[in-house]
Design a protein around this ligand. Structure first.
Ligand code: AHR
Length: 498
């Protein structure tokens, strides 16, 4: 059966916040140290200590926002240890992630400089679990106050005259777990207290993000919205796609068809999660003032054999590319509520965009999906209806075979992103473009790009860095106001009209 999809090119459903394409970088394993920061004296080519290859790769996908310093690390991080001359910075133990000594060489100044070099929004997560209200208050003052004050003066002595602009600030992370093992009622009160001292200095207006629920914990969202909704601008949500169980998640590269199917099923569950958490938010905030901030998402597999299990290093295959495509389409389609999302994590950790080994760097299949989707950033979401579709069936269970979203870009062009999640069947698709006759953005031409491979565990290695990448797709044509396409199995496709 041909999947029939209608795209109403003249009906828009809101703006896709570019920050949906955001990233997350924690002091975990080789994400910050080695993955991003190598220091000025490193033989690895760098700009002020930041790897040039990684900077360049992230700029190419237009990284809009970066969350830091955690994760679980955030609730053990004391920012004052990470400013001032590097040689005098306090060393600490990163108890959560492998017990390594953290030398604090990458701190506030380095992070804010990184965001300047990447031209992206910094999103800082503060310490609630083991920090104090005063510590959080002073961090905001240090970063954003322009006048004379102990913290602003200290910042100047540390080499930064002007305050930074900081919009996104998280008041704790996973406070139901590593961020303090709190009950939602308790955290709601603690959140209210801490956020009171997250001040707006001068022109700087902080968008305060409350620590949100883990996956299906709807009660957390209910309590937070009820007790503290009016004190927040955003509420976070974390969800990881784990094919197995936490004790045995499954290999990143060595997996069978049933694990492919389960992974896709669990990735598609993001739609249910976002819908149900959003419904609770709607009850307390029908105007949708509070953004849903999915600040940790992605696949979580067993660590690569032979690597430190506390480093969460995993390879990234075509399966990850499909998870990314499916998830980003879901976020686009919920852009009325989802205002930011941050894939976990940017380099060398979990569903990484980039892997490094010494001076070598490789981009992952996930990276190439972010590349395909970047035209959706700040675009207007188009109304899309799937009228008829073929299910993806495996051993008696079924899933939707096709995932889709469409937008009208800031350049006026229409972009459609599609995933065929089926591991063996191609998908024949007919996309009817209604309202297109009068619309310059659809034009008379369709261009395509695709991420796919023959094997479901195809991945890029340092020896073979281009096994999976985005290439031209010629399997679509525009005929009588409709795009007719045949999508190969296991593919993520971008169609650009006009
Ligand atoms: O991304 C890895 C960890 O997963 C984060 O530190 C934590 O917030 C989550 O549990």
């Amino acid at each position: 059966m041909t999947t029939r999809i209608v795209i109403n090119t003249d009906i828009t459903r809101g703006t896709i916040n570019k920050n949906i394409y955001g990233h997350f970088a924690e002091h975990l394993g080789r994400c910050i140290y080695e993955g991003i920061w190598v220091g000025e004296d490193s033989p690895i080519p760098n700009t002020e200590g930041f790897r040039n290859d990684v900077l360049e790769a992230l700029k190419k996908v237009n990284i809009p926002a970066l969350r830091w310093p955690g994760g679980c690390f955030a609730d053990e991080y004391h920012w004052k240890d990470g400013v001032g001359p590097k040689e005098t910075r306090k060393r600490m133990v990163n108890t959560h992630w492998g017990g390594l000594v953290e030398n604090n060489h990458f701190g506030t100044h380095e992070f804010m400089r990184l965001c300047e070099l990447l031209d992206c929004e910094p999103y800082i997560c503060g310490n609630v679990g083991s920090g104090t209200v005063q510590e959080m208050q002073e961090w905001i003052e240090y970063m954003t106050f322009d006048g004379e004050s102990p913290m602003a003066d200290w910042r100047r002595r540390n080499g930064r005259e002007k305050p930074w602009k900081l919009k996104y600030f998280g008041v704790g992370n996973e406070n139901w777990g590593c961020g303090g093992s709190m009950r939602p009622e308790y955290y709601a009160d603690v959140y209210r207290q801490f956020q009171t001292y997250v001040r707006n200095f001068g022109e700087n207006k902080v968008y305060k993000i409350a620590g949100g629920a883990n996956d299906f914990n709807y009660n957390w969202t209910e309590v937070l919205m009820r007790e503290a909704g009016r004190h927040m601008h955003g509420l976070s949500l974390h969800y990881y796609t784990v094919p197995g169980v936490w004790q045995k998640k499954g290999s990143a590269t060595d997996f069978e068809v049933h694990e492919w199917f389960t992974t896709i099923r669990k990735a598609q569950a993001m739609n249910e999660l976002v819908t149900k958490h959003a419904t609770i938010m709607d009850k307390y905030d029908p105007e949708k003032r509070v953004g849903m901030i999915v600040d940790e998402w992605g696949t979580w597999f067993d660590p690569e054999p032979g690597t430190n299990p506390g480093f969460l290093y995993q390879q990234n295959t075509l399966r990850d590319a499909l998870v990314a495509g499916v998830t980003l389409n879901i976020f686009n389609n919920h852009c009325d509520r989802v205002q930011m999302a941050n894939i976990a994590q940017t380099v060398n950790v979990l569903q990484a965009m980039i892997l490094t080994e010494g001076g070598a760097m490789v981009t992952t299949p996930t990276y190439h999906v972010f590349d395909l989707f970047q035209g959706h950033q700040d675009a207007e979401l188009l109304d899309v209806r799937v009228l008829e579709s073929e299910p993806y069936t495996y051993e008696g269970a079924t899933l939707p075979q096709i995932s889709v979203s469409a937008s009208k870009g800031t350049d006026g062009r229409t972009r459609i992103t599609l995933c065929n999640v089926d591991h063996e069947a191609e998908a024949s698709v007919r996309l009817e473009l209604r309202g297109a006759e009068t619309d310059a953005g659809t034009g008379s031409d369709v261009a395509g790009r695709i991420v796919t491979a023959e094997r479901m565990n195809a991945h890029n290695t340092f020896a073979e860095p281009a096994a999976v990448q985005a290439v031209e797709f010629t399997g679509a044509e525009l005929r009588n106001g409709a795009v007719i396409a045949v999508l190969p199995p296991m593919s993520v496709v971008l169609l650009t009209l006009g």
